[in-house]
Design a protein around this ligand. Structure first.
Ligand SMILES: Nc1nc2c(ncn2[C@@H]2O[C@H](COP(=O)(O)OP(=O)(O)OP(=O)(O)O)[C@@H](O)[C@H]2O)c(=O)[nH]1
Ligand SMILES: [Mg+2]
Length: 364
């Protein structure tokens, strides 16, 4: 039997991983076996640690995006198909990636038609960023990063406005209308992974349809490469040990301190996320823009040791990003804790060089 593959793209912090988790639960409730695939420029992912915590089968493609490591994506599909005997696989590409229709969906339709049914390309968008882009702004981002955001919308089969709980019904309708005017090819829907609104409709839509990659966008790879290269990229895992510490207070202090450093430098935040795991539980912390986007979920209790994963994508050079994160970790430990590196990677994403690029739509 064919496995259904659902790709959920969208800019950094749009809500992809949160949706993947909720979708996996709902598909399981419908009696389907689900596998998930995460993707990043480097290992040590908050997303993988978050998604894999409850026996959900997750494969990770790291070191390169799906488009530049197409074989890595195929291997990951095989891995979760085998491990989970999956009916449905949901894959989350890197948030700074675009041109997925040309570099992933068309080759998948071409090579894997006997094993996979590929669902329409869903592209999630944070409503606040989207509103600013539709106003002709850059959502606080470098103009080339905003170009990536717009290209993601342009190539989508289905644009999914995320975090709909943050909008009134009227605001949502206005945003949908403006989106439809700006990107008339895409179907439009809205979800709140937080309240569950729109989730079943989105699941029904991607689970029923197979017309994927209906459009290939023209993409200027010089601008695309610049849009990725303006981001410093940091993935770190640290072991924290010392006096008993209330971890939610620690995480809030760390994220607040980082946010103040970035804001004072005028450095746009793509997404800073952390996961802290202690004996009594875990927490997830996110920053998807300025300080008012700071969000901490879960409770990690009070104890004297924890494991901390930090993934930061911020508009600054990787060395400055590293210096800021190291500095804020040390000051958040405030002499009561020591932080030891388990893994530490800091990089500037390289120019995207897709394994395949189709400039036409493959018909199934
Ligand atoms: N209010 C609200 N917040 C949400 C919702 N879905 C996600 N978020 C928040 O959005 C932030 C980013 O969520 P993620 O799911 O990690 O976003 P992502 O697109 O996977 O981010 P990257 O992997 O970095 O590209 C977190 O603070 C989430 O709690 C939602 O439905 N409502
Ligand atoms: Mg994610």
């Amino acid at each position: 039997m064919k496995t259904r593959l659902i790709l959920v793209g969208g800019f950094l912090g749009a809500g992809k991983t949160t949706l993947l988790w909720e979708a996996a639960q709902r598909f399981a409730e419908r009696g389907l076996r689900v596998g998930l695939i995460t993707n990043d420029q480097a290992p040590e992912l908050v997303d993988t640690a978050f998604l894999a915590r409850d026996n959900v089968k997750v494969a990770e493609v790291n070191g390169s995006c799906f488009c530049c490591n197409f074989q890595g994506l195929l291997d990951a599909v095989d891995q979760v198909r085998t491990a989970a005997d999956a009916d449905v696989i949901i894959a989350e590409p890197v948030g700074s990636c675009t041109d997925l229709s040309a570099t992933i969906l068309q080759p998948l339709k071409d090579f894997c038609r006997s094993e996979l049914v590929v669902s329409p390309l869903s592209v999630m968008t944070d409503p606040a960023r989207l509103a600013d882009i539709l106003d002709g702004g850059t959502a606080g981002l470098h103009s080339s990063a905003a170009y990536i955001f717009r290209k993601q919308m342009e190539e989508a089969d289905l644009v999914v406005i995320s975090k709909s709980d943050l909008l009134s019904a009227d605001e949502l309708e206005v945003l949908k209308k403006r989106l439809a005017q700006a990107y008339p090819r895409a179907e439009i829907s809205a979800v709140s992974a937080k309240t569950g609104d729109g989730l079943d409709e989105w699941l029904d839509s991607v689970a029923a349809q197979s017309e994927s990659g209906r459009h290939v966008a023209a993409v200027d790879y010089d601008v695309y490469a610049e849009g990725e290269a303006v981001l410093g990229w940091l993935n770190a895992t640290l072991a924290l040990r010392g006096k008993p510490t209330e971890w939610n207070v620690f995480a809030e202090r760390l994220l607040r301190g980082l946010s103040q450093c970035f804001d004072s430098r005028g450095a746009a935040v793509g997404h800073v996320k952390l996961m802290l795991v202690a004996d009594d539980g875990f927490l997830i912390g996110n920053l998807t823009g300025k300080g008012d986007t700071l969000n901490i979920r879960g409770h990690a209790g009070t104890s004297s040791s924890a494991r901390l994963i930090i993934n930061a994508r911020v508009q600054m050079t990787p060395d400055v990003l590293e210096e800021i994160v190291r500095g804020r970790v040390v000051s958040s430990c405030s002499g009561d804790l020591t932080a030891t590196d388990v893994a530490w990677r800091c990089l500037r994403p390289g120019r995207p060089k897709p394994t395949h690029r189709y400039n036409h739509v493959v018909t199934c």
